[in-house]
Design a protein around this ligand. Sequence first.
Ligand code: 4FV
Length: 213
Amino acid sequence: MFAGPLDESIIMRARKAGLLELKIHQLRDWTHDRHKTVDDRPFGGGPGMLMKPEPLFAAVESLRREQSKVILLSPTGRKFNQAIASELAAQSDLLLVTGHYEGFDERVRESLADDELSIGDYVLTNGALPAMVVIDAVTRLLPGVLGDDESSRDESFSHGLLEYPQYTRPAVFRGLKVPDVLVSGNHAQIEQWRREQAKSRTRASRPDLLKPD
Ligand code: 4FV
């Protein structure tokens, strides 16, 4: 599942530039039985299978370094957002553990992980996509990854607000005009308009993002 999304565009450019080193490990390499078993049935019954603690502890303990931050991807984690992406971009070494089947043996959560992240309140088939989401959001915040014209400065959530509306040519499309202030050249007015738009848009569709004034 990792082949593709992480081999393209900005992520691949960051890897080629040595700004990001990505290693994907086969958990079964830390099993010792003929079937390379990484899952088993839940105690107390119930549907599906769970990830066994032994392979995960063995894998993490052999890969973990002094500065590693071990992060579980699971729906029970704290909700991933731009602030957490900035937090992780300041780290030097992330060890992302993707969930599979019905999830992890609880001892993985209790005794192995430093943190647990969820990318949203829905259940996915496995933790690969959440891991890719985190890798993408964090990588673009690494110094030198985004060129000047791709800056992460003013985008959504960078100031805790949704991004202001943006337009490009033509100035009139099917009778729909670009707001005059944006073609006025008056940068003070343009900045003020953008601040107001970001606030009103956030108030309208994401009031939860607005801190009480
Ligand atoms: C998930 C999420 C997620 C749960 C069972 C993988 C699945 C399966 N991970 N944010 N939402 N994981 O749905 O991080 O093991």
